[in-house]
Design a protein around this ligand. Structure first.
Ligand code: 5GP
Length: 186
């Protein structure tokens, strides 16, 4: 029997740089599979359905909840987000390493169902740097920025629950540490 794939969860406040790290991992390691989440959030400019997210309306999302189709799901900044269960299980059973880029509540749920998974928290050097990054991204409304910063403060308190906390002061250094944690390099 082939061995199971490893599950890695990458969590951290919105704007901290999770997306950049994930992009780098996928570019460098073709054998890591990123789960595509479902969300009820409206697509941002340039986001493509089924590539960046499965964009669902609330009714569709709730149907998936009801049939137990999510490995985890959570409400973040007034929108639903969830990880489709079937594909993740299929990849793991095939021995493929799976990466989830999700928020705190979802990470907590996955910790219960996959206690053997690796849970990494990516933290900003400080809150003002995080605010600068979210604003610099230019993708969120003022209301959304304030909401995301407010959530970030709460999420940062929970970082001690994680197997590892990586401070994203320098992206190359953070990436290197995550590669090592995931066992991608020695
Ligand atoms: P964004 O709206 O910026 O794309 O994502 C907002 C937050 O939702 C981010 O922290 C992101 O990691 C998280 N997120 C994305 N997909 C999922 C998911 O499937 N489940 C959970 N719990 N969080 C998710």
């Amino acid at each position: 029997m082939s061995s199971l794939g490893k599950l890695t969860v990458l969590t951290g406040p919105s704007g901290v740089g999770k997306g950049t790290i994930v992009k780098r991992i996928l570019e460098k390691y073709s054998d890591v599979w990123l789960s595509i989440s479902a969300t009820t959030r409206k697509p941002r400019q340039g986001e493509i359905d089924q590539k960046h997210y499965f964009f669902l309306d609330v009714k569709e999302f709730k149907k998936v909840i009801d049939r137990g189709g999510f490995l985890e799901w959570a409400v973040f900044a007034n929108n639903f987000y969830g990880t489709p269960k079937d594909l993740v299980e299929e990849k793991i059973n095939k021995g493929i390493n799976v990466l989830l880029e999700i928020e705190l509540e979802g990470a907590r749920q996955v910790r219960k169902s996959f206690p053997q998974g690796l849970q990494i928290f990516l933290a900003p050097p400080n809150l003002s740097e995080l605010e600068k990054r979210i604003r610099g991204r230019g993708t969120d409304s003022e209301e959304s920025i304030i909401q995301r910063l407010d959530i970030a403060k709460k999420e940062l308190i929970a970082k001690k629950e994680f197997d590892a906390v990586i401070i994203n002061e320098d992206i190359d250094n953070a990436f290197y540490k995550i590669e090592r944690l995931m066992g991608l390099i020695l």
